[in-house]
Design a protein around this ligand. Sequence first.
Ligand code: AMP
Length: 488
Amino acid sequence: MRITPSTHYQYERIKPDDDCMHEECGVFGIYMEDDVYDPAEAAYLGLYALQHRGQESAGIASVVKDDIRLYKGMGLCAEVFKNDLDRLYGGRIAIGHVRYSTTGDSQVLNAQPLVMSYRGGKMAIAHNGNLVNTDVLRKKLEEDGAIFQTTLDTEVMAYLLAKNAKDGMVESIKKMMEVVKGSYALVITTNDTLIGVRDPQGIRPLALGRLDDNFVLASESCAFDTIDAEFIRDVRPGEIVVINKDGFHSYQTSLSLDTALCIFEYVYFARPDSDIDGISVYRARENMGRRLAQAYPVEADLVGGVPDSATPAAVGYAEESGIPFKKALAKNRYVGRTFIQPKQSLRDRAVKLKLNAMKRNVHGKKIILIDDSIVRGTTSRKIVEMLRLAGAREVHMQISSPPVTCPCYFGIDTPSHDQLMGAKNSVEEMRKIIGADTLNFLTKEDLLKTVEGAGCNFCTGCFDGHYPVDIKKACAQTQKLDLTQVFK
Ligand code: AMP
């Protein structure tokens, strides 16, 4: 879900420190027929496992009797639910959300889930992803009298759902899916039904699990392990899954041949112990490292990875090359993601706060250092400097993805075009800026080979600017839509 102006052209105009438009989130939902867990407690544990997908706010909505109770706040799960989880106990269904944003609209109003009253009762909705035509939709709806309380595109979806609710929630979701464009993995609960929805191209992941006779939905399968649930399968692109007292039902809306799961989930974002669309995140990363080793062999004393996201790729590189894997950097576990700092000066400090060179391991050594991506280049520059100060003789940087050259409009936090190091510089220029002896990137072709066999195709927009939705066209089409006809 996103919170600021949304057309392609508005994005391009966003100023350097204004890179607040992108959101990353995690969603969770559970329907409990029996009493293995209280759903609110399961949601809490599930969100905890998805904390890497969002650290800014967390929320749980729980269906208790005929009511939906909501508790949400700013901060990590442990902080938000410190004293108040028990007020959500006693229900059958719970959904939850963790949100990560860089700056801007960081207020509890924009935290999720959103709870709304509509003609069918109450509903709560949690969204991971990013719509690209919300501004146009919002404006049209506002002209028609709609009032919005938040700046979230999620609220626009909730409004569209409520608008058409007379034909039942599934029909209403289908209609909404015809109108909204972009990425969305949704968990929704009404007073008696848990629903999961994945956008027609499957841009963001959504997994389905089972805990005895109870169903669970989560952005990533790692959340199931935390509550001893078993992974069943991924929700398919364009699929609506419905869980209530009548059991489990699936509705497949228009099948897109052009599926486009975000490849950055494998590169960086997802947890290594998750499987997404049939591919283990850990294995994919390990293979990225192996392919780097095949493509760019270097004579060195050790292979290190930038912890934690690049560790599997470094292990893969070490195994393939026969060069030992050694810790080159130690990570302070109590520092959140570097990007969370809104200003460059703070981001610079944050790298030092988060990572430190292992002096005794690197002194006098030729090092191959693997990182998963270069975005602004802040991290790599600082790390190379750190390793040199610690006495490293040579630093060969290898990146397990291609240079990030284009912003993401579909739910991964990347800064605007002019802040992306790979957008403005050749690899040689980047090497000079970060100060490494050599710098190499995995090619897009090699990256795609590491996820071969997945149940879908991939969005590689951040590496090549080919996006799964033509944003301009989607906005123009939405502009022409007569919503009163769609939602008759
Ligand atoms: P940078 O310093 O801007 O080049 O950031 C690159 C580093 O940030 C890499 O070490 C990645 O592990 C990490 N990273 C990549 N993408 C993201 C993201 N969307 N949010 C937070 N961290 C990221």
